[in-house]
Design a protein around this ligand. Structure first.
Ligand code: ZLM
Ligand code: CA
Ligand code: ZN
Length: 388
């Protein structure tokens, strides 16, 4: 029996387009847009779509994409063919390599996931949504004129640019296992966006190789962006207890000092246990607790996806987080219909798949409580320089 109803007193919007899910990065590439089909299958099997305003997103326009990206880069992205690009083009735009291949419909894919994030941001700006969701977005590595780490267009930057039209201060939070370098770089010199990324850091041994604790913004105190980049470098195997404590402590301090009027939360699911590329031991519960905490602040909230390379875990996490957004807080009580075409991906699990513990190779926790406390002290000092 399914008793999901529309949350009272606030509105959640879900922005997606089935076209996005049909794109393929190529054989064996870890980024699989069909994970979105799995997530949508769970969200709809639980009946959660009935509790949200649902929008089929449209592709971002050239003008919208140019709010961040260079015209030359966008022109090349649009014309790029599934052929071997010449050396200059690889050099200029980092396109057409194993991480960022040129595949069929690439520009369509990029403009669609970006259109969804822009639409979501606009709903927050005009007050039609309190929480807006785009699980196909969150591509945090893309630069002004460069693809990077499976990301070609930075939908997060484009969405924040929209939010800045109405909102004086935006807090960006990134729980993907990778450093949110593209978003950090885009807002490096402004005090209107505070960027916070929690990630695995091991110098050049883990992509993208940046995001150490001392990377806090421009060196010059004259630059308004000074102190407005926060980085939380972690080691392998962190679990829910440490992760959620760190998240609440640091985000709590950021909100108190910076007083954001909008929050963007990148929910990269590669920070989950058992991820193909990740190194952490965070469970769906712990990952979701970060969403619960952001929602509890009562500030307009944009939720985007990001990484996530074990598709069934990605789907569980984002379905669970959708349930948190609409106020069921994971306490859904439906039974996944036996006939869902997605069952094979969830193997022996029958009901409540979103709440089950992720079984993966156990990863030893290399994060000591002492190190975690040192990170918090350092960020506490940094935030003394942040005033709204
Ligand atoms: N090689 N195939 C996270 C982006 C992470 C750079 C090392 C490529 C892979 C990876 C691609 C099928 C987000 C690097 C990796 C092998 C240079 C990365 C294609 C396996 C495969 O089997 C693969 C032939 C591929 C790519 C692994 N790439 C793992 N890690 C990172 C990028 C993106 O989650 O943060 C947001 C969506 N790249 O480490 C190399 C240095 C290329
Ligand atoms: Ca991150
Ligand atoms: Zn990632």
């Amino acid at each position: 029996e399914n008793d999901i109803t529309r949350p009272k007193g606030y509105t959640v919007s879900w922005h997606s387009n089935p076209e996005i899910e049909k794109h393929h990065f190529g054989h064996a590439h870890p980024m699989k847009p069909w994970r979105l089909t799995l997530a949508k299958g769970l969200i709809m099997a639980y009946g959660m779509h009935a509790a949200m305003d649902t929008y089929v997103s449209r592709p971002a326009t050239k003008e919208e994409l140019e709010d961040f990206h260079s015209e030359e880069y966008l022109d090349y992205l649009k014309s790029a063919l599934v052929t071997v690009p010449d050396d200059n083009e690889i050099k200029d735009f980092n396109l057409g390599n194993t991480d960022c291949p040129i595949f069929e419909g690439l520009f369509n894919y990029c403009s669609m996931y970006s259109g969804a994030s822009i639409d979501a941001a606009r709903k927050l700006c005009n007050g039609e949504s309190d929480i807006a969701i785009n699980w196909s977005g969150g591509l945090h590595h893309a630069k002004k004129a460069e693809a990077s780490g499976f990301c070609y267009v930075n939908d997060i930057v484009l969405a924040i640019v929209q939010l800045l039209r109405k909102h004086p201060r935006v807090l960006y939070i990134d729980i993907d296992v990778h450093h949110g370098d593209g978003v950090e770089e885009a807002f490096w010199s402004t005090d209107r966006v505070l960027t916070l990324s929690i990630h695995k850091y091991d110098g050049m041994n883990f992509f993208p190789g940046t995001g150490d604790l001392d990377r806090t913004g421009p060196d010059s105190e004259e630059n308004p962006g000074a102190h407005h980049a926060i980085n939380v470098p972690l080691s392998d195997g962190i679990g829910d207890q440490q992760y959620v404590w760190l998240f609440k402590t640091i985000v709590g301090m950021c909100v108190q000092r910076f007083q954001p009027t909008a929050i963007v939360l990148q929910c990269g699911a590669d920070s989950l246990a058992g991820d193909r590329l990740g190194r952490f031991n965070v469970q769906v519960q712990g990952h979701g607790a970060c969403v619960t905490y952001c929602k509890s602040l009562g500030i307009p909230l944009l939720l985007v996806g990001g990484g996530g390379y074990t598709p069934r875990n990605v789907a569980r996490a984002w379905a669970h987080e959708t349930s948190i957004a609409i106020g069921c807080d994971g306490k859904l009580n439906p039974t996944i219909p036996q006939h869902t075409p997605y069952r094979s991906h969830f193997r022996h699990e029958t009901i409540f798949p979103t709440l089950e513990e992720i079984l993966g190779d156990p990863r030893g926790n290399k994060n000591t409580d002492k190190k975690i406390r040192e990170i918090v002290s350092s960020i506490t000092e940094q935030l003394r320089f942040v005033n709204n």
